[in-house]
Design a binder for this molecule. Structure first.
Ligand code: LLP
Length: 384
């Protein structure tokens, strides 16, 4: 963002809006792909992290599959260029309409999360005279050591099929002629920075596979989910450690010949390339600090309000040498509408441009219409 052409462009536009550094996105994607290719791993992109068209198009062009959690995500992905036969459809609550649409597109795989869901997909596939390929999403009961709201792989969570249900699942599968079991799927959570959690997942997958092997079942696909975290404290140009991440799975997963390993990464691919750009509307004196009131709030980026998430913030335009403490807040009538507390910034004036970093993943996609504020269209570095 030190580039003066970009700053001039940004200054000329109404705020708030998201800015995407497409070169960083491409470098990040290329790095992930290169590291995965070393082991022949297959990559899907978790569309929920960011479904902007240029972002989706780039990932599709680079040969990623799409990991979707709704019918509209499936349709949007296919429209953006992902091959339907590389689309996986996950989620605990797929509706009949969504399942039907996915069957019509002949997607690669439904990641199934309950016994009842398998029966429903069987019924809907049978009505169309089709066979649906499915993977069982198994809850491996592995701790991801991340924020409790984004932990998914513990038995107390609503996600996946528990180990004690597997016998009944196999029985059900025997009565579902329109279902073909092709894979096992796992996802233990998001923003995982303690990589030993992935080692624990890999070894747990081995144990679970043994259970299947002992029943003469060998699936083709092992999908280890997503979850690789990013460094929210050092955002500038940061590319996550894909090399170490994939190496862990290569080192610890025990595979049988012909088995494929799939991943569905979201945050690690798209977070650092995106920023929320906002203007300071007012400066207001508080006790021992000031409030910098921005024109963006929790309606544009909800992560700080929802998860107490940290995002680095920069004042891009102040040239003052005076450093002051600010609470950087939004305009919404909720006390949780705060991006940072007691942040040291160069003295801020009305009109200064702010960059809230690491906002490419789960940023714009989680923006809401609350208060009917205006979020202006995204700006892409390739347009400047
Ligand atoms: N696969 C499944 C089944 C998932 O549920 C998720 C994310 C992913 C893959 C992608 O995970 P990633 O690689 O992005 O960690 N809104 C929250 C994050 C929610 C993540 C939900 N599931 C946030 O802003 O931190």
């Amino acid at each position: 963002m030190n580039n003066s052409t970009i700053l001039q462009k940004i200054k000329s536009l109404p705020t708030p809006f998201y800015y995407y550094d497409m070169e960083l996105l491409e470098n990040t994607i290329d790095t992930a792909k290169r590291e995965a290719d070393k082991y022949g791993f297959h990559l899907h992109y978790a569309v929920k992290a960011n479904f902007n068209e240029p972002v989706l198009k780039m990932l599709a062009q680079k040969g990623f599959g799409a990991d979707c959690v709704s019918g509209r995500e499936v349709q949007t992905s296919v429209k953006a260029g992902f091959n339907a036969n590389a689309v996986v459809f996950a989620g605990v609550g797929k509706s009949d309409v969504e399942i039907d649409a996915a069957l019509d597109l002949d997607i690669f795989c439904f990641n199934c999360e309950s016994l009842m869901e398998i029966e429903v997909i069987n019924e809907l596939a049978s009505a169309k005279g089709k066979t649906a390929q499915i993977a069982l999403r198994i809850n491996p009961n592995v701790n991801a050591n991340t924020h409790k709201y984004i932990t998914t792989g513990l038995s107390e969570n609503k996600f996946g099929i528990n180990m004690w249900e597997l016998d009944s699942v196999l029985e059900t599968l025997n009565n579902c002629p329109n279902i073909e079991l092709i894979g096992l799927h796992f996802h233990i959570g998001s923003q995982i920075t303690d990589l030993s959690s992935f080692k624990n997942l890999a070894t747990k997958i081995n144990t679970i596979q043994e259970w299947f092997f002992s029943r003469q079942i060998m699936v083709k696909v092992i999908n280890a989910g997503g979850g690789l975290g990013v460094d929210y404290h050092n955002p500038d140009g940061q590319i996550p450690d894909f090399s170490e991440y994939f190496k862990i799975f290569n080192d610890f997963l025990e595979l049988r010949p012909g088995q494929e390993v799939h991943f569905e990464l979201g945050r690690s691919l798209v977070t650092q390339c995106g920023s929320l750009i906002s203007r300071a509307l007012y400066i207001k004196n508080g006790i021992k600090k000031n409030f910098a009131i921005l024109d963006a709030g929790m309606t544009e980026l909800i992560r700080p309000a929802l998860y107490s998430a940290h995002h680095e913030i920069a004042n891009l335009t102040s040239t003052s040498k005076t450093i002051l403490k600010y609470d950087v807040v939004g305009p919404i009538c909720e006390s949780t509408d705060c991006f940072a507390k007691d942040l040291e910034l160069s003295e801020t004036s009305r009109g200064d441009i702010f960059q809230i970093k690491s906002a490419g993943g789960y940023g714009e996609v989680m923006a809401s219409d609350y208060n009917l504020k205006t979020l202006y269209p995204a700006l892409y570095s390739t347009e400047i």
